[in-house]
Design a protein around this ligand. Sequence first.
Ligand code: GH3
Ligand code: MG
Ligand code: MG
Ligand code: MG
Length: 311
Amino acid sequence: MDAMRILLVDDVQVERLQLAIRLQRLGHSVEAVGSGVEAIARYPAFEPDLVLMDISMPDMDGVEVVRQLRIQHTEWVPIIFLSGHEEPEMIAKAIDMGGDDYLVKPVDKTVLVSKLKAMQRIANMRHQLKSASEQLRLANEKLSEQVNEDGLTKIANRRYLDQKLAEFIALHGRNNQALTMIMIDVDHFKSYNDHYGHLEGDRCLQLVAKELKDNFSRAGELVARYGGEEFVVLLSHCEQSRAVKECERLKQCIESLEIPHQYSPTAKIITVSQGMASWTPTGLESPEYVYQIVDKVLYQAKEQGRNCYIA
Ligand code: GH3
Ligand code: MG
Ligand code: MG
Ligand code: MG
C-alpha cells in the first residue's frame, strides 16, 4: 500500500495514540489531534489523503466537524468515521453527513487495513482525475492561444485582429476616442523571395514581425499579421499627430534591422510602406470597411516610392 497522509481525530488520548502507532507501522504519515477544532485548524496545512474521525467528542462531535470540513473544502478527501456505536441508524446518519465509511471501535486490524486500501484506491483515482483535468486545462489554454496566433511569426493572426478591431471600434466609439490603424506592407518582397529563397523570406517576415511586436507592446497596442507580407498595428487612444510619429518610428525600426535586400530598387535593405488612418469611430464601422480605407492609403504610399507612410 502506498503511504497516505492520514489526519486522525479522537478525543481519547490512549485510543488515539494506539491507532496512530498502528497506522504509522503500516507506513502512513499520521497527524493525530484530540478535538474537532484542532482538526479543522490542521486540515488545510496537512493536506490529508484520508481523515479518520471519531464521532463522540466533547467540544464538537465528529459529524459536525465533517459537515464543516465539507463546506470549507470543496476538494473531496475521503473521511472514515470511528465510533463505539454500531447501530445502523448511527452509521446511516454519519454517512449522510458526508462520511465515506464507518469503522467500529476497537478497530479490527484486518478491517482497518482493507478499508484503508479501499479509500486509497479512490484517492488514487482522484489524483489521476485531478492531473488529467489539469493537463486538459493546460491543453485548452494552449489551444485557445494558438487559435489566435499566426503560425509563422507567432504574433496575432487575422482572426484575432478582426475580433480586436471590432472591439476597439465599439469601445472608441462609445468613449469618443481616437483610434489609429497602420497597415504595413514589405517592399519588393516577391523579389526578396525570388533571390534569397522562400525560407529566407519566412525568416525575414519573422524578424519584421518581432521588431513590430517589440516596438508596439504597450497596453492598447496590437500587432497582427494581416496576411502574406502585410501587417497591421492598432493603436488605442492615438490621434493623428501622435500616429504620424509612430509611423516614422516604425519606418526607422524596420530600417534599423538592416536586413539586406540587394535587389530592392528602394534601398539595399528591407523596408516597408505604410498606410495609416486615425479617426474617432462612430462605432458602426465594420473591420472590412476600415481595412479597405487603410489599404487604399497604403497603395498611395507604394505609388509614392515605398519606404514611406501616408496618413
Ligand atoms: P510591393 O513592394 O509592391 O509590395 O511588392 P511585393 O513584391 O512585396 O508585392 P507582391 O504582392 O507582388 O508580393 C508579395 C510576396 O510575398 C509574394 C508572396 O510569395 C510573398 N509571401 C506572402 N506570404 C509569404 C510567406 O509566408 N512567406 C514567404 N516567404 N513569402 C510570402
Ligand atoms: Mg470519542
Ligand atoms: Mg502585399
Ligand atoms: Mg509587398
